[in-house]
Design a binder for this molecule. Structure first.
Ligand code: NAD
Length: 487
């Protein structure tokens, strides 16, 4: 049965002023999942007003320990309602149930626990300062919340990415207005129920649904009552949001696009490297910012690597999320499917050798209207080819050979992006050398997507601004104030 997704403002589920709505369709078969209320100026105003009242009201009065305690309860409630979160996100994204159960939904709860732990254990600095009278002064720093944080989210791992922002923001005493992606309204809405159930004060967590430009997203970034904006999404959207944030000089934290390279040396554990490449190219149907769209493979193992990758990619099985044999879900939307297929065409036109895929897979009649594309591998393109340069965000990669370490580093860095890389080699000295030279925020050696939530996360170059994770999140979500006491 089709659902209705309402805004969550000041602790209540509300319709849009004027009742404006839009449709959410299933990526699996294009069936109608539900109707989403579209927010505009009116809803953003109401949400920011509620968030400001909560900021200066009950939320501010809680001690750090009390706030952390509430966030542990949020984590526990997500875990208690685990199956509902899995079902909601599965319906929105169409991805296999196993990915939701083992990767994305557990991280929703883990984010709240991790940042509750962090704020409880953070210290600030103190200095004893000499003065001319010899009596001295004490300087100490206080950390306070920044204010109302605007949180703008993408669709590729909705709960994981949203709570990665909401959890530290709340842990630091801020309040939030979240604008989820228009493609994935479900888990942000469900989190509203969780907040009420555990007693988070009204107005601390608000959700307004809608689109970006000339809709809830843009109105949120332009609202003068918002103190800072944290955003995950495309690099060009980040540039638009930065312009809006410049009015009032609001701070931004950006996690943006990537065109990540995996560097595979001939001495690697080949089987493990191919397994990892499979995951990093095809997990979530390639819709992972940290995913690998460029594989650089040392020439002696190039042909064998490509053959092994092809064999495994051809075993991926598309299907419904609940089907245990499904290993590849659909893309998020019809328009994203068209975009990815246009890159598949472009690769052919620019002379790629199509190792496998390149089109729409054969599916059963009930899935024919879904947003499927084949897992696709190319070789033979130059470094200037469009699919080697632009982020595609689909289940595809180009594999290129290299002869020397320096050449691999040069190729990996030949991109305006700088999000992540993975390096596969048994030579640890080389691994460290290469890691120090690749211009990215995150490097995995002999692994991929192994995360510790206390570590700094973010991209360099056009892949982001700032770092979040552990104490690094405090830099963005708190205002540091100095107090000087003359003795
Ligand atoms: P997107 O930029 O199209 O949209 C993201 C969000 O921004 C949506 O909620 C959208 O409604 C909103 N938005 C769009 N225009 C806006 C505007 N002018 N003002 C305010 N809000 C606006 O991105 P997407 O397609 O949802 O997500 C895919 C992108 O996200 C990819 O580029 C991917 O690499 C990136 N991403 C990055 C990370 C990271 O950690 N670096 C993580 C996940 C996704």
């Amino acid at each position: 049965m089709a659902k209705t997704f309402l805004h969550f403002i000041n602790g209540e589920f509300v319709q849009s002023h004027g009742g404006r709505t839009f449709e959410k369709r299933s990526p699996i078969d294009n069936s109608l999942i539900g109707t989403i209320h579209e927010g505009g100026k009116h809803e953003i105003d109401a949400a920011v007003t509620a968030a400001q009242a909560a900021l200066h009201g009950p939320w501010r009065k809680l001690s750090i320990e009390q706030r952390a305690e509430m966030l542990y309860r949020v984590a526990d409630e997500i875990t208690r309602r685990f199956d509902e979160f899995v079902a909601a996100e599965m319906a929105d994204t169409g991805q296999p149930k196993s990915v939701m159960e083992h990767a994305f939904i557990p991280r929703g709860a883990a984010n709240f626990k991790a940042f509750a732990d962090t704020v409880k254990n953070v210290a600030t600095e103190t200095f004893i300062t000499p003065t001319p009278d010899g009596k001295g002064a004490i300087n100490y720093a206080l950390r306070g919340p920044k204010g109302v944080i605007g949180v703008i989210c993408p669709w590729n791992a909705p709960l994981l990415l949203m709570t990665w922002k909401v959890a530290p923001a709340l842990a630091c005493g801020n309040t939030v207005v979240v604008k989820p992606s228009e493609e994935t309204p479900a888990t942000a809405t469900l989190l509203g129920e969780v907040m009420n159930a555990v007693g988070i004060p009204k107005g601390v967590y608000n959700v307004v649904h809608g689109f970006g430009s000339d809709s809830a997203g843009e109105f949120l970034t332009r609202h003068p009552g918002v103190s800072a904006i944290t955003f995950t999404g495309e690099t060009r959207t980040g540039a638009e949001i930065m312009k809006a944030a410049a009015v009032g000089l609001r701070d931004v934290s950006f996690e943006l696009g990537g065109k990540n390279a995996g560097i595979i040396f001939a001495d690697c554990d080949l089987n493990a490297a191919v397994d990892s490449a499979m995951r990093s190219v095809f997990l979530n149907c390639g819709q992972v910012c940290l995913g690998t769209e460029r594989l650089l493979v040392e020439r002696p193992i190039f042909s064998q690597f490509v053959a092994m990758l092809k064999e495994r990619a051809e075993k991926l099985k598309v299907g419904r999320s609940e089907d245990k044999s499904t290993t590849l879900g659909p893309l998020i939307s019809k328009s994203h499917q068209s975009k990815v297929l246009s890159y598949y065409e472009n690769a052919r036109a620019e002379g790629a050798m199509v190792v496998t895929g390149g089109g729409i897979p054969k599916v059963s009649v009930d899935l024919e209207q879904g947003f499927w594309v084949e897992p696709t591998i190319w070789t033979g393109l130059s470094e200037t080819a469009t699919v080697v340069r632009e982020e595609i965000f689909g289940p595809c990669c180009h594999v290129a050979p290299f002869d020397h370490e320096d050449e691999a580093i040069r190729m990996a860095n030949d991109t305006p992006y700088g999000l992540s890389t993975m390096i596969w080699t048994r030579d640890l000295a080389r691994a460290h050398r290469v890691a120090a030279e690749v211009e990215v925020g995150l490097t995995w050696i002999n692994s991929w997507f192994l995360r510790d939530l206390r570590t700094p996360f973010g991209g360099s170059k056009q892949s982001g601004i700032g770092r979040e994770g552990g104490v690094h999140s405090l830099e963005f979500y708190t205002e540091l104030r100095n107090v000087c006491v003359k003795l």
